[in-house]
Structures are given as C-alpha cells and as structure tokens.
Ligand binder design. Structure first.
Ligand code: IPM
Ligand code: MG
Length: 358
C-alpha cells in the first residue's frame, strides 16, 4: 500500500512528538510492505509567524489532497492576543470544517500498568475502556449568530448552539456502529432538561436507535455524566455527545487514564481523516524533551486502522506501547516510584526498538 500523509506538526511540543510518530509509522511500513510518503506544512502559530494566517491555503490544499493528516498541536501564549480569526486554534476548526470531519473518536482506555498514575483509585479505573464520540463540525462552535457587540452599558458576547436532524443522525450512526464492535452500549449525553437543541438531539438519537436494536441506549444529562465519569467510569462503553460537551467530557475521560498525554484521537466522516493527540501544545514543557509522545504515536496507529484499514499494523504499534510501559519506562507525566524516567526522544526510540522485536 502506498499513501501520502500530510504532517502538520504545529506549535509547542508538536514538533517534538511528531517525529516519533513518523519514525514508528515508517518502521511499520517497512515491516509490513507499505510505503508512506510524509509531506510537511505549517499550521497554527508557526504558520501565523510565516504567513500571517493559521491555516494557509497551501496547508489546506495539502491536507485535502493527501490520504490522511497527522497533526501535532497548535497554540501558545505568543498568539493569544490575536483576533479570533487569526488565532492558531482557528486552523484546527478550519481543517475540521473544510475536510468535513464531523465525527471525533476519542478512546480513553487504561493501560493497567498506569493505574497508579491516575488520581483515582485503582479499583475505580482498572479496566476502563470508554470511547467518546464527539460531534465535531456543529453545535456552539460553529452556530450563528455569534459575536461581541456594543450595548448602551458595555458589550454582549453571544454564540448559538444549533443542531439539525441530519447532523444528529450521522453522528448517532457512528456511535451505534462503533458500539456494535464493542460492548454494545451507548450513552447519549445532552442537556435536554434545559436546551431545545438537546431536546431535538435526544429525539433524533432515539429514532436512529431503532435501526440498532442489538445496542442498548441510555440517556444522561451532561452534569450527571461529568459526575458519573469520576464515580463509576466502568459503566460507560460509547459516549455520544455534542461538540462542546464532548470537548469537556473527553478531557475528563482522558484524565481517568492517568495522563492526557497518552490519548490519541481520530477525526473522521469524509475522505481524508485527521489524527492528533487530544492534548494541546503544552508550551510550559515545550523544547525540554519532557513531553509524552505516546498520544501522538497512538494517533498514528488510529490512522492506520481508520483511514487505511490496517488493523494488524495498528495493533503492532499499540502492543509496542504497552510492552514499553510494562517494562517500566515513563515520561514525566506518568512517572511513579520504581519506574524509569525517560524523555520524549528516548520514549520514541524505545517504542521503535520494541516494534523491531515484535
Ligand atoms: C480539542 C481542543 C480544541 C477544541 C481547541 C484547541 C480548538 O480543545 O481538540 O479538544 O476545543 O476542539
Ligand atoms: Mg479540548
């Protein structure tokens, strides 16, 4: 198989973790007879510095014409004062929108070796395996009207939460399909006791569920879900929710696994999928060889699985990660007494070496 992958390393720790993922993908390619062609372009703050815009046309065109996009992270204090339209984060939103990536899959699975790195008790989290299916191109992130306008006494800032039947239907289908391959349970998270958009959300999810009688559907209000994720996370299999609720709940679910640095994500729904770790650019530790590259490397595995249908190759990467953790190697974010502390580069090299041995 021959594929072209757009590499958008971005800002902060992005350029430190992306090379590790590329090396791992190249090694898997060599091992299994695939050739991956990596083409880099500027995105986020890095692109603002070069061109004045967070998502230059060349970068968007490269993404559109590649087979998949691998993204590091965007953003940092340097660009925080800019107008909204020029902020690094707009690049992410633009890519999601322009590529039509309406479904964001964020698996939060605990590597048992890391149970003690979590702030929760081992018995609460051991064995958790949650998939957050977040709607990614709708809701309050994109709804109109939006803006900040002057009033007689100050200003008013506003955004609009909008969901259509079509948008809810397609994300619900993704969740039910995913649940079919897992434990066959979907929790749909909304705020239907207050919001009209959630009232429609719930109605449509119930309708779509009629096509999936083998999957169980439960509804939960978002505030309760935030609490239940801490109280008893093992009750969840697939969580399907809106853009904003999914943003918040996926960070919460990530922390159950010990560190947000561990978790990958896939944004899918159209021809070109985009794969990125769920953490941000972590400017506080950038350039210090401290970042955990595992979320990035695991995002590469998700790319193989979802965009290229290379499940076995993805397993190779995930198993190598697991073995290195089992051998006691840890980056700073998941360090624990009795483990071996390594930096970003060494963690990448260890996983690479492990891959060579499997
Ligand atoms: C995420 C991030 C983004 C989001 C930001 C950086 C725009 O928090 O991918 O979860 O809110 O979607
Ligand atoms: Mg987020």
């Amino acid at each position: 198989m021959k594929k072209r992958i757009a590499v958008l390393a971005g800002d902060g720790i992005g350029p430190e973790i992306v090379p590790a993922a590329i090396k791992v993908l190249e090694a898997v390619g060599t091992k299994c007879g695939h050739s991956f062609d990596f083409v880099s372009a500027a995105v986020g703050g890095q692109a603002i510095d070069d061109t004045g815009w967070p998502l230059p046309d060349d970068t968007l065109n490269l993404a559109k014409t590649s087979d998949a996009v691998l993204l590091g992270a965007v953003g940092g204090p340097k660009w925080e004062g800019l107008d909204y339209e020029r902020r690094p984060e707009r690049a992410l939103l633009g890519l999601r929108e322009m590529l039509g990536l309406f479904a964001n899959l964020r698996p939060a699975k605990l590597y048992s070796e890391l149970a003690d790195a979590s702030t929760l008790k081992r018995e609460v989290i051991d064995g958790i395996d949650v998939l957050v299916v977040r709607e990614l191109t709708g809701g309050i992130y994109f709804g109109k009207p939006k803006g900040v306008e002057a009033t007689a006494t100050g200003h008013r800032g506003f955004n609009t939460e909008v969901y259509t039947t079509e948008e809810i239907t397609r994300i619900a289908k993704i969740a039910f399909e995913a649940a079919r391959k897992r434990r066959k349970l979907v929790h749909s998270i909304d705020k239907a006791n207050v919001l009209e958009s959630s009232e429609l959300w719930r109605k449509v999810v119930i309708e779509v569920h009629k096509g999936y009688p083998d999957v169980e559907l439960r509804h939960m209000y978002v505030d309760n879900c935030a609490m239940q994720l801490i109280r008893n996370p093992k009750q969840f299999d697939v969580i399907v929710t809106t853009n904003l609720f999914g943003d918040i709940l996926s960070d919460e679910a990530a922390m159950l696994t010990g560190s947000i640095g561990m978790l990958p994500s896939a944004s899918v729904g159209a021809k070109v999928g985009m794969y990125e770790p769920i953490h941000g650019s972590a400017p506080d530790i950038a350039g210090k060889d401290m970042a955990n590259p595992i979320g990035m490397i695991a995002s590469g595995a998700m790319m193989l699985r979802y965009s290229f249908d290379l499940g076995k190759e993805a397993d190779l990467i995930e198993n190598a990660i697991q073995k290195i953790l089992a051998q006691g190697y840890r980056t700073k974010d998941i360090e624990a007494p009795g483990t071996k502390l390594v930096g970003t580069k060494d963690m990448g090299e260890l996983i690479l070496k492990q891959l060579g041995q499997s």
